[in-house]
Design a protein around this ligand. Sequence first.
Ligand SMILES: [Fe+2]
Length: 227
Amino acid sequence: MTNKKYLDRRRFLKILTAGSALAIPVGWGCSTDSGIVTPSGIALTPSQTEGPFYPTPSIEQQMFNDTDLTRKLPTDVLAQGQLIVLDGVVQDRNEQLLENAVVEIWQASSMGLYNHPNDNANNPSLDQHFQFWGRAITGVDGKYSFSTIVPGEYDGRTARHIHFRVDAPGYRRLTTQSYFANYGARNAMDGLYSSLNSEGRDLLTVEFSQPANEPWAGVFNIVLAEA
Ligand SMILES: [Fe+2]
C-alpha cells in the first residue's frame, strides 16, 4: 500500500472512530487474524504476545502500582523521558462501556530496560524513579488513564510499545501492546508490529499530540470479546 493510501485510510478510520469508540460499521466484512471485524459489532482489539517481562510479583502485588508511572511517590523526581498521558475506554463490540475492568500496563524505561530479573534488574542504569508498571480500574464511564513516559527501544524491538493486560467480568482476557504512530519508520522495522495486518496496526497504533513542554497525549480504546 502506498504511503498516501495508508494515510488516507488512517484518516478515514480516524473519522469513523472520532468519539468514544473504535466504531467500524457492520458489514465491512471479516478479517481472520488480528483486527477482527465481526458481523455484530465494532472491531475487537487485536491480541499480541505477553513477552517475557510481565512483572514479578504481579502488578497487583507490587508496592507501587498506581496509574502514575512517572514517579513512585508524588514527592519523587520524575522519571527520565518524554512524558505522556495515555487514556481511553474499555468497551465491548456493542460499544457498551465496561465498568470494573482492570487495565494493567508494563513497559521499558526511556533507556529500553524493564525492571525484571530477566532484563538487567540490577543494571545501574535502570531508572530508579520510574514505576515501570501501573494498574487502573475503570468506572461506570469505562475510562482508564495512565501518566507515563515514551519507552525506549531495546534489542529485538525497534517499535516502542506499552504492554497491556485487560480483564473484565464476563469478557475474555486481552493481552496486547500499543504503539506510537510518530515512530512509524521504526515500527515498520519491528517483527511483531509487522506481523499485524493493516487493520491490526491501525487498531494498536496511537496518535499522540505533541505539545511543546507538555506531556504528549494519546487515546487507546480497547474492545473486549465476550467470554
Ligand atoms: Fe516489550
